[in-house]
Design a protein around this ligand. Sequence first.
Ligand code: HGY
Ligand code: MN
Ligand code: MN
Ligand code: MN
Length: 398
Amino acid sequence: MGFEEMWSELLPVGRDPDGGGYRRFAWTPPELECRAWFLDQARRRGLDVEHDRNGNLFAWWRPDGAAGPAVLTGSHLDSVPGGGAFDGPLGVVSALAAVDLLRERGVRVRRPVGVAVFAEEEGARFGVACLGSRLLTGAIDPARARGLRDRDGRAFADVLAAHGLDPDAIGRDDDLLGRVGCFVELHVEQGRALDAPVGAASAIVPHGRWRFDFTGEGNHAGTTRLADRRDPMLPFARMVLAAREAAERHDAVATVGKVDVTPGGVNAIASSVAAWLDARGPSDDAVRRTVADVHDAARAAAASHGVAVRLAEESYTDTVGFDTALRDRIAAALGGVPVLPTGAGHDAGVLAARVPTAMLFVRNPTGVSHAPAEHAETADCLAGVEALAAVLADLTRG
Ligand code: HGY
Ligand code: MN
Ligand code: MN
Ligand code: MN
């Protein structure tokens, strides 16, 4: 079963019939269906399937004579709410298709090859991006991870247990990482910078997520005088505008895309508002200054409305510079491809702290991602598979 056939099988899973994109939150039915699809594809290929302690999946190809640290590829299957079809799944399906090409062509493989599916890369359910790869590499405290809750209040620990994993066993897995020599993630490009079918990543810019909690006083929308109000929506509104102003000031990007209003009644003044800031930029300093400016504006507005505000950093990743030797080897194996940075976070950005890591990008003509319009032409996807196969062939030469 080639790339196109696999792609057409996976495509409908978790897609909103009204064109609203995908909703494949980790361990919810659509993502579980994607996981099951992946495991079935792996077994059909005779790959050794491994469920690690952190909810990640691995399919290992160990042809005769292959030994030593594996070359790992793969990506994730979960999505943001209303996400596109390619962010994540393109890397997983391309990895399976690349292994098929190596086998069909009888390429001599002297190292094992692994295909990974990392859990909760988007952080759309439990709030921390790359949760599975962060646990694997020790980049998040397992106790904090166990306590993460989804919008329905379900704890990550309980979801793991419901799927046969021991919540007390999660955390850094040096045994598994010790079996990996390098990681190469193929991903759809999430911007307009790539004007060739395939490119390679140079770096991931600093990026993070911060939670703002505004606490005021719930009251009646009709009978409460303005002077008597402590409305948390007002400093929240100021925070949103301040994010844009600060980003412009510091050459960064800042987004408030998620807000929870309590109680959420049309005729009730909110008692509290939770809002999340996603800030990214060309340097750690630019990001930190952006967040600080937003915090200052939020505090000033909160004070003038008798509202309390609390800021918590939920995740932060400083600049990830990919392994230059690996990157250059990949670019050489591909006969020279554009090399570009990305403003998107990836599991590769987390693995890079522990194993030599690189990324391949497949052109996205729309430049849109995390939205239904995200796209890659089939010809470019097939070029990506060929490129990944060439890279795997080169890296497994022994
Ligand atoms: O948020 C990101 O940058 C990534 O797509 N998870
Ligand atoms: Mn994404
Ligand atoms: Mn992704
Ligand atoms: Mn009433």
